[in-house]
Design a protein around this ligand. Structure first.
Ligand code: MG
Length: 454
């Protein structure tokens, strides 16, 4: 009997005994009896109980090292040297995001536990009651990515490890080739093929469009603004078909070609164009319809087997939950800071897995290097990764953001440092702080002056 009681006593002590060890066998300090075993982060040679780390400050840092206003959230903790950063970049309304962070999110987060990422996401998400807007979601993304960064540092692991580990050795990407005419686009394609890219987006004319007219009638009548662009939809369609024909003729099947319609033509014109492109086997056609025109997908899917990528403008779960479950598109292209960060993006990826919808997260220049790192950590971990849009950051940007993901042979690589593996040099960032001008999305009009909705 006594032996049995002794045995039970010993067993009861085992969990606590386990709690006094960490991965590197250092003794934990100040560990409550019921606390789980923390692994890794050592601020001063001693391990730390995760539950003791509190948020001390959430602040916005702005910088524009390449002409785009980047907004970064830095979360400071009560542990010296332990901080995290996240991307909150919404270029068109950058100052509004800064206000949401400094004037609201900071106060909301003070003294809360850094460990409870899900709880902080859920409570911050509804803290304004109204939600699903890009300003508040970007602020929330900055917080969320910073908390994942901190958790990785405390665990001593890169974030992709916390998300389940690698399912591929690196992140395959696509780049952008463009030019004023199809021949010039092909020269650009040849350049990127030399750099190793296997996937190349091809665009004619101005950004996201083809055949932009500079002298439409509406301007002669003084309508619109001087810097408005004008799109001739039928000329655009002819130009894109010719560009794809030439691309396949010149490069055969060796390269995957992508194209972004950018929601700029009427739904039936988009369906007509996609059907004409089918013989050239696009890797995907992006954004055929504006978010207001989701109802047209049914008709498109019945008529074409061209893979479709959709979603960089999405904010609201209703824009992806039902369409993914109905297999309305093949690639989900959400701008991760636009929906609130890594936590919701992982839920989108996991939902999409069961419908064989692959990820193709938005990755333009107005996603900060921190946001690109977050994209890449998810890309490495999820099974249903499709492709990642990549940009090439200049040297100054890499100095401001040490640890920025690197590119090699068309693949993106993150480093193995704990967390997101990227930091911000605040002093250098300050020298290129947010310029005092307002950036607005390029207005495109039809030849009669009607505004086109992207
Ligand atoms: Mg796009």
């Amino acid at each position: 009997m006594n032996n049995r009681r002794d045995l039970l006593k010993t067993l009861a002590l085992l969990p606590l005994a386990a709690c006094t060890r960490t991965l590197n066998n250092d003794t934990i300090v100040n560990l409550p009896e019921s606390a789980p075993v923390p692994a890794g982060w050592q601020p001063d040679g001693k391990n730390l109980n995760l539950q003791q780390v509190k948020i001390k400050k959430v602040k916005a840092i702005t910088t524009a090292p390449y002409g785009i206003e980047l907004v970064i959230v830095k979360v400071e903790t009560d542990q010296p040297g332990l901080h995290g950063i996240g991307c909150a970049t919404f270029r068109q309304r950058a100052h509004a995001v800064v206000s949401a962070i400094d004037e609201y999110l900071d106060d909301f987060c003070r003294d809360k536990d850094v460990s409870n990422i899900e709880d902080l996401w859920q409570t911050a998400y509804v803290s304004s009651y109204w939600r699903n807007g890009p300003v508040l979601n970007n602020a929330l993304s900055g917080l969320n990515q910073a908390l994942w960064d901190i958790k990785g540092k405390m665990a001593g692991m890169p974030v992709y490890q916390l998300l389940g580990g690698k399912t591929r050795f690196a992140v395959d990407t696509y780049t952008h080739a463009s030019g004023p005419n199809p021949e010039a686009v092909m020269d650009d394609v040849a350049k990127y093929r030399e750099q190793g890219f296997r996937h190349i987006r091809i665009q004619l004319g101005g950004y996201g469009a083809t055949h932009l007219s500079t002298k439409p009638d509406y301007k002669q009548f003084g309508f619109g603004q001087p810097d408005d662009n004008t799109l001739d939809a039928q000329a655009y369609k002819r130009g894109v078909v010719e560009m794809f024909r030439l691309a396949r003729k010149k490069f055969g099947d060796e390269i995957e070609f992508l194209h972004d319609i950018h929601e700029r033509i009427e739904p039936m014109d988009a369906i007509d164009l996609i059907k004409k492109l089918e013989e050239y086997r696009p890797f995907f056609i992006e954004d055929p319809f504006s978010p207001e025109n989701m109802g047209w997908f049914n008709m498109l899917r019945q008529q074409s087997a061209v893979p479709i990528a959709m979603g960089e403008l999405f904010n609201n779960p209703h824009e992806w939950v039902e369409p993914i479950s109905q297999r309305m598109y093949d690639f989900i292209r959400i701008h991760i800071s636009q929906i609130g960060g890594i936590t919701p993006a992982m839920k989108v990826a996991r939902l999409a897995e069961w419908f064989n919808v692959r990820t193709a997260w938005h990755g333009p220049g107005d996603t900060s290097p921190v946001g690109h790192a977050a994209n890449a950590h998810i890309d490495l971990a999820v099974w249903n990764f499709g492709i990642q849009e990549a940009v090439s950051f200049n040297e100054l940007t890499r100095e401001i953001f040490p640890g920025t993901p690197t590119m090699d042979n068309g693949y993106m690589f993150v480093n193995e440092a704990p967390g997101l593996g990227i930091d911000i040099d605040e002093e250098k960032a300050k020298k290129y702080s947010l310029p005092h001008f307002n950036y607005n999305w390029t207005q495109v009009r039809k030849p009669d002056g009607t505004p086109v909705r992207p």
